[in-house]
Write a protein that binds this ligand. Structure first.
Ligand code: IPE
Ligand code: IPE
Ligand code: MG
Length: 253
């Protein structure tokens, strides 16, 4: 999908220097709530509203890919009550957003380990994936029960199985073969990675895929993240010089 030049122009963004693939670590829901004397779950509820606005804006601007970190494989360490709330919220989100996903031509997919998620949640994930599979607009990937090391481990196991069955020769394994064995197979690597709530860490997110992503951090907690801040991240991204290890068209010395 090409970047929408009309939408970017309206917002004062440079269409030729937009990220096409964006990944976000949506962090700080709990802190946002506690700072306001509310329960942590109130932050998650508010966070879902923000997801809706950001997804819509990414569609409007014509991004190819938005990858949201919704639930990590380490988040199971949280109290049972919060986990139950998060899973119920996820299920409800998938049901409530289905119409909007279809209307916005979004192709939905889940990245993460299925094992460990309830049958109910898997059913809603599969349904949203199925009904949106022919859509051609923004790909919305939700990282759920996701951990990058687990993803790499699963990829290694699947490659090893293919070798054992004689389908694959070890010498045939190249970077593309590894990328194709990850949950993100076929998805573009993130150009830009945003993390909210003032943490400067990756927390087991997309380790393989972010090798050359630009990072952008804000102290704002996810429930207060908004479209103007997203635009700020895009403006900062536009000013970055990506080199990929090479040199940028300077005359050779
Ligand atoms: C991010 O917010 C949402 C999830 C990890 C599910 P947190 O719940 O991590 O909020 P903080 O970081 O504790 O404030
Ligand atoms: C990362 O945030 C996971 C999600 C945003 C879903 P965490 O809040 O789990 O990360 P840590 O524990 O601060 O590293
Ligand atoms: Mg957190």
């Amino acid at each position: 999908m090409p970047i929408n030049r009309e939408s970017t122009a309206k917002r004062g963004l440079n269409p030729d220097r937009m990220p096409k693939s964006l990944a976000i670590v949506m962090d700080g829901n709990g802190r946002w709530a506690l700072e306001r004397g509310k329960e942590r779950i109130e932050g998650h509820l508010r966070g879902v509203e923000v997801v809706r606005h950001i997804v819509t804006e990414c569609c409007e601007l014509g991004l190819d890919q938005l990858t949201l970190y919704c639930f990590s494989s380490e988040n199971w360490k949280r109290p049972r009550r919060e986990l139950e709330f998060l899973m119920a919220l996820l299920k409800q989100y998938l049901i409530d957003e289905r119409e909007l996903i279809l209307n916005q031509n979004i192709k939905f997919r889940m990245i993460g380990r299925r094992q460990g998620l309830s049958a109910e949640v898997l059913q809603e994930l599969d349904e949203t994936t199925r009904i949106s599979s022919e859509n051609t607009g923004l790909t919305l990937a939700m990282a759920i029960n996701y951990g990058a090391r687990g993803e790499i481990l699963d990829a290694v196991q699947s490659l090893a199985r293919r070798i054992k069955s004689g389908e694959l020769d070890p010498d045939q394994i190249d970077e593309q073969a590894i990328a194709n064995s990850l949950y993100t197979a076929g998805m573009p690597d993130p150009d830009l990675l945003i993390r909210t709530a003032g943490e400067y860490r990756i927390s087991n997110y997309l380790l393989w895929q972010i090798s050359y992503s630009e990072f952008w951090f804000t102290h704002t907690c996810w429930p207060d993240f908004d479209v103007p801040l997203l635009h700020q991240a895009f403006r900062d991204f536009a000013a970055r010089e990506r080199r990929f290890g090479g040199l940028i068209t300077h005359p050779t010395v």
